[in-house]
Design a protein around this ligand. Sequence first.
Ligand code: SF4
Length: 660
Amino acid sequence: MKACMGKVLFVDLAAEAFAERRIPDDIYERYLGGVGLAVRILYDEIPAGADPLGPENVLGFMSGLLTGTGSVMTGRWMAVCKSPLTGGWGDANCGGSLSPAIKQTGYDGIFFKGLAPRPVVFVLDAKGPRLLDASALWGRDAVETEEILKKGHEGKKRPAVAAIGPAAEKLSLISGISNDGGRYAARSGVGAVMGSKRLKAVMLSGARLIPCADPVRVKAVSKHYADKVRRLHLPPRLSGGILPTFGRVLGFRVVVPVDGLILAAILKKWGTNYNNTAGAVNGDSPLLNWRGSLADFGRRHWRKLNPDRMLKREIRKYHCYSCVVGCGGISRMGGADGSGHSHKPEYETVAAFGGLLGHDSLETIYICNDICNRSGLDTISAGATIAFAIECFENGVLTKADTGGLELAWGDSRAILTLLKMMAAREGIGDILADGVRRAAERIGRGAEPYAVHVGGQEPAMHDSRMDPMMAVSYGTDPTPGRHTIASGSYYYPSHLWEFVPWAPRVVKPYPKSREYWASEEEALKSAAYVCFKQLTDAAGGCLFAMVNGLQHWRLFDWMNLATGWERPPVEYMESGRRIQTLRQLFNIKPGLDPRGFVSPGRMRGEPPLTRGPLAGRRVPLTAMISNYWKAMGWDAATGVPTPETLAALGLEAQGSARP
Ligand code: SF4
């Protein structure tokens, strides 16, 4: 079979042993690669009762099935494991340059089990796999660790490095894994798992050719898409002042037709930061720990987060491997001495350290971003945990006696920075907050729980589910709950999925946005269709932003056939997506996690509804919507457990015997 490397590598950190495992073709046919191959392997490898920070957990680094085949926007990798944050399936998706490097070493994935007796770096290059002592690197930040390792590598080819920072070493449950100087696999607590294994970094340098069944036609399809994207330019004089209007259009009560390719043009100019102001005015950005509205964080504040101000700091654009859009950017830090540069904060980071905290200092947000990138904290979860702490302080649940004299207040840059540094170092109250809001609320007690905004232990991303009910379903049902990259109404409409998959509901626009709030079978089918599409995209190594461009432009199904040599219709690939999602669900059910336990707090679903701002009065009938979604996935509508018929259809009978 082409496109894949046909095998994975297992590294036993305790025994310092390496073992290759061949993967039969039929496994690729059913699970593709990336997240699909990972969940197929880890379902069997990780015992139900495994401690996520213990030796039985297995941490994998997965490339995508299409990575390196000549297709574009398919160079993302995933960290996978049992999540210490949720106790269930954990994965975190990341760009950068690690994905092709994994395959160039000859493997589709590299898995680490056991605990190393001392800090180590795993190296795989022309000399073969080995573990090197990393005691001298332990305690160093993730960005400098990568620089040191790259400088010291003796091979001809510059290696790709993934590393953790001190927060992950200290087992912060909201820590991630860095590559390319601060691109993050941030979610699910994957950094803590790497820290628990004392695996400071992974350094890969290989030169294996990645096989492709029809490279000429793969490249022709790529060129077609890339040419379209290259020709796209917003008028040079167009300023970020237009973005609030754009945001209002997206938030209209009528959903209007938009070609998803427009997103590529916007990302080329502003990156994800276009949503700093667009999302603030239409209600997409949650404000003040999800309890506020535009009336509390008005024009005076969000104007300071205008992405044009960020462009002034940008030194150059940043592209992940095989990306023709380049939504990232390397920016001047512009600190006290104006020195240094780093990846610019993404929208999620700006929102988590901005409106969520009632805060508008871009200067401070850049510094918070750099602290997180270096220490390893997930910016979404870190911002959310600080929001929780401020609201606790406001309500007397936390006092200066708890914070070491630090006064916490909305919008206070000094307090935000100080608290973040304490979290990264696990000092004082920072030790309690470093494991996210659920653990912090449990440890603080005294009525802290209502301020802890999380789903199943994970802090939700910076997209308000009252604005997008499909996102609300996704937050409350994905095996990695609280994730914004699984499905949403704003992703579905531009995708044109229905032109390729007959069972995916056709969207005819314009239509009233109120329809999205109906707990209808059609809305549930849209959710299910996008979830299956997203899982197969994650198996391929694809980028979410390319998905949103639309399948008429970004031709994933064509690449899958041309790169592998298969001749499968899109509906078959969608069944692989359903199989992957169902097995992710079964991974959670195996140790006893009840899908009904992923309950979004009332704030996230409009109970009670906001009384002011663009989301005033909006309620999401989430229980009924989730039940419909489970049914659309072929899972029990009352429990979220896959039905025997679905398990038989997907060939998952053996895995489906467990019950929560
Ligand atoms: S669009 Fe952005 S996230 Fe996606 S591959 Fe390109 S640089 Fe990476």
